[in-house]
Design a protein around this ligand. Structure first.
Ligand SMILES: Nc1nc2c(c(=O)[nH]1)N[C@H]1C(S)=C(S)[C@@H](COP(=O)(O)OP(=O)(O)OC[C@H]3O[C@@H](n4cnc5c(=O)[nH]c(N)nc54)[C@H](O)[C@@H]3O)O[C@H]1N2
Ligand SMILES: Nc1nc2c(c(=O)[nH]1)N[C@H]1C(S)=C(S)[C@@H](COP(=O)(O)OP(=O)(O)OC[C@H]3O[C@@H](n4cnc5c(=O)[nH]c(N)nc54)[C@H](O)[C@@H]3O)O[C@H]1N2
Ligand code: SF4
Ligand SMILES: [Mo]
Length: 693
């Protein structure tokens, strides 16, 4: 590392790997160099992080605002005054004609804390709308809801990743860490080198499952039954930690009774996981002195995700594997600021510091920081899918920052139609995403390496991304955009463009809240490799480990929640006899808006595919590479067959990174979890056919 290299973090996933950026003479102006001193990844990066500077290049990104000057006309280059003026006028017109709740705002879990905070404040204070939500709703919202219910607080991991190699047994449920956070795989490798055991629950034998001592491959959508089945066995085998249950929890009798209704033989029929494997999992977990259950999108992106995570938390509590060193339940949050993005007010029901919008004391506190009347703050709005579904109906204009729902929303063709039916759409993005291409105004914004800001990683560690180079001429930051729009809409003050100034206000707004950042400063983060929240004072060391003395409930006890299994919203039938599940590949990120612009990543993962088992392929008369149409009640997607024994024979898998005919979200079911409002991305019923025969 030369003196000129700037230490920072990757723009993509929640691992937030440390890297340094060194200036180069040629475009894009910086290159990645290893930053071995950052403890989480110790210099290791996946291909996405390594190639991230390619998206800084003017060749692939937006460098000037675009305005559609007539309905149905083309997007044309424009100056910033015209573009911002058009956005302010578009949003103001809707508000004047239809009221403030006809104006919507959609954010993203990739936005820095400062941006998420400013966007939430902008919606409530400048637009006066309740209609704000963000793509994190599609991500970890079920785990967040279950966390709140059981522990009284939602921080994805209650311990640092570095604790994983020192625990006795890890059950990893529906996470393909080897592809979605590759440098973190080393924690699982070290676990096994230290004599610990790894159990992976995934309908596919993924690169992650290949590392496991035991791989359970349930039918998609049946995780709740599986979790209840192993809890049943814990009780039946006398493995309950009675003392822990008595001292640290409440609600066990009801949860126990609910679990006891799930006989292992019944669970085997529902999940397809043989009883001996269920028994083996319980034995491995309970024989180890300590243990962790970690979930990711597999069990969470279901219309019963909250209850499923709740069942795994019950399992941890019953076995005494929570609130103790080297034990606990954790959720592997996904997006770069997936954790912080859910804490500072871009969520429909939330105020900064993870406060509730319905709590009078929270409204009072935040309104004081904002210098507004608490009675003027709107109430909770619609959740992400419900908001997108209301576009063109009750919600007539939208400001969108940091998401590409044309590719990533469930039932995407319908949502694309809703977006097209808006009176006015403004999108701030770094590239012309599929969603930006539909906008009336596109605002070109700066990226990670071009601006300073904080993110909060999968561990709950608040990190500082530093500016390493200036953005191209013609590009502004999201904070400058909000500053400019607020000014045009009559709020000269309260929306500074300087990130540190925003962070200082965020500290005050979060003070005393569940996610208390008041003791965190840019200086401290830089000096300490990040600071774990809650951190309620500058003298406070931060909190790497939660719940060791008490849980964050009123009485300090964790809550069991009685849950029972229910089927997926859509089951197979004669017309749609196969299950579809969806997810990711290592070389593309999310809707692909950024990574599809990087040659090296496209070469590694050029397009969509349908993964299916040889038995299913044979039944359908399909060979490797044949074009397949996958059809659900919502639509159709076409992609080549990829035949592998690594998937259940009753299930096909598609990654969701691409638009066009291979868009997996043409098929997905927007059935929502009743608590978290998470759509059922991980299971729906489909028919698979060869195309052109
Ligand atoms: N390469 C890459 N990395 C990423 C991202 C990316 O887009 N690309 N995105 C980031 C983000 S935002 C997120 S949220 C994370 C997601 O990280 P992961 O949760 O690891 O990713 P997914 O591929 O969505 O799903 C994980 C696994 O769930 C399995 N699964 C499917 N259905 C079920 C089911 O019913 N039950 C169970 N138990 N498992 C099931 C899939 O087979 C898959 O292997 O990754 C982050 N990292
Ligand atoms: N079928 C299926 N669908 C899924 C999932 C699944 O597993 N299966 N997973 C869901 C999950 S977990 C998630 S998180 C979502 C994610 O899906 P999206 O919300 O679409 O996420 P991204 O593709 O990351 O979109 C981010 C957009 O913001 C832009 N951007 C990046 N940085 C900035 C910035 O600083 N400012 C601004 N203004 N823009 C920026 C990017 O260029 C990109 O266009 O997809 C969900 N959709
Ligand atoms: S694992 Fe995540 S944070 Fe690390 S380099 Fe890859 S995308 Fe970036
Ligand atoms: Mo996500």
């Amino acid at each position: 590392m030369t003196d000129a290299a700037v230490p920072t973090h990757c723009p993509y996933c929640a691992l937030q790997c440390g890297m340094s950026l060194r200036p180069t003479a040629d475009e894009p102006g910086v290159e990645v160099v290893e930053r071995a001193d950052f403890p989480v990844n110790r210099g290791a990066l996946c291909g996405k992080g390594r190639t991230a500077p390619a998206v800084l290049s003017s060749r692939v990104r937006l460098t000037e605002p675009l305005v559609r000057r007539s309905p149905g006309g083309p997007l044309e280059p424009a100056g910033w005054d015209e573009a911002l003026g058009a956005v302010a006028a578009g949003l103001a017109r809707t508000r004047a004609e239809h009221g403030p709740d006809a104006v919507g705002v959609f954010g993203g879990g990739g936005l820095t804390n400062e941006k998420a905070y400013a966007l939430g404040k902008f919606a409530r204070v400048v637009l006066g709308t309740s209609q704000i939500d963000y793509n994190g709703r599609f991500c970890m919202s079920s785990a967040a809801a279950a966390h709140q219910r059981a522990f009284g607080l939602d921080r994805g991991l209650p311990f640092p990743l570095a604790d994983i190699p020192r625990t006795g047994c890890v059950i990893l449920v529906g996470s393909n860490l080897a592809e979605t956070m590759p440098p973190a795989l080393r924690y699982l490798t070290e676990l096994r080198e230290n004599g610990g055991t790894l159990i992976v629950v995934d309908p596919r034998r993924t690169r992650t499952a290949e590392q496991a001592d035991l791989h359970l491959a349930p039918r998609p959508g049946t995780d709740l039954a599986l979790a209840l089945g192993v809890l049943h066995l814990v009780v039946a085998q006398g493995r309950t930690d009675e003392e822990f249950v008595r001292e640290r929890t409440a609600g066990w009798p009801e949860a126990r009774a609910a679990a006891m209704a799930h006989w292992p033989e019944h669970v085997e029929r529902v999940t397809g996981v043989p009883v001996p494997q269920l028994r083996e999992a319980v034995r491995m977990f309970c024989d180890a002195p300590t243990g962790m259950v970690l979930t990711a999108r597999g069990p969470e992106q279901q219309s019963k995700g909250t209850d499923t995570v709740g069942a795994w938390i019950n399992f941890c509590l019953a076995t005494g594997r929570a609130g103790r060193p080297l034990s606990g339940y954790g959720c592997l949050t996904g997006q770069g600021n997936g954790q912080g993005g859910r804490e500072h007010g871009q969520k429909a029901d939330q105020l900064p510091g993870y406060r509730k919008l319905t709590d009078p004391a929270a409204r009072e506190h935040v309104a004081r920081v904002w210098g507004v009347d608490p009675d003027g703050l709107p109430g909770p709005g619609r959740s992400a899918y419900e908001l997108l579904d209301a576009l063109g109906g009750e919600v007539r204009s939208l400001l969108l920052m940091g998401s590409n729902p044309v590719v990533s929303a469930p039932r995407a063709a319908h949502i694309e139609g809703r977006l097209r039916s808006l009176d006015f759409l403004a999108v701030a993005d770094v590239v012309l995403s599929e969603t930006a291409a539909l906008a009336d105004v596109v605002l070109p914004v700066a990226q990670w390496a071009e601006e300073t800001g904080t993110t909060t990683s999968v561990e709950g560690r608040v990190l500082l991304r530093r500016r390493a180079l200036g953005p191209p001429a013609g590009v502004r930051s999201d904070l400058q955009v909000l500053h400019g729009l607020a000014g045009l809409l009559g709020h000269e003050k309260g929306f500074p463009a300087d990130p540190e100034e925003v962070f200082e206000e965020l500290r005050r707004a979060s003070e005393g809240g569940p996610a208390d950042y008041s003791g965190i400063t840019y200086r401290r983060i830089a000096a300490e490799d990040g600071v774990f929240w809650p951190c309620p004072g500058e003298g406070h060391p931060g909190t790497p480990r939660l719940f060791l003395d008490r849980f964050a409930t009123d009485d300090g006890r964790a809550r069991f929640v009685p849950v029972v299994h229910r089927p997926a919203a859509e089951e197979t039938d004669a017309e749609y006899p196969v299950l579809l599940t969806t997810g990711r590949v290592v070389s593309q990120y999310q809707s692909g808006a950024q990574t599809r612009r990087v040659d090296e990543l496209n070469a590694a993962a050029p397009g969509p595919f349908v993964e299916l088992h040889p038995r299913l392929a044979e039944r359908l008369g399909v060979s490797e590479g044949d074009r397949l149409a996958v059809v659900s009640r919502r639509g159709r997607a076409v992609a080549p067959a990829r035949i592998t024994t690594a998937i259940r024979a009753d299930t096909v898998f598609m990654p969701f990174h691409w638009p066009g005919e291979g868009r997996a979200n043409n098929l997905t079911n927007p059935a929502l979890d009743p608590t978290s409002r998470m759509p059922e991305f991980k299971v729906c019923a489909v028919r698979v056919e060869r195309v052109g025969v």
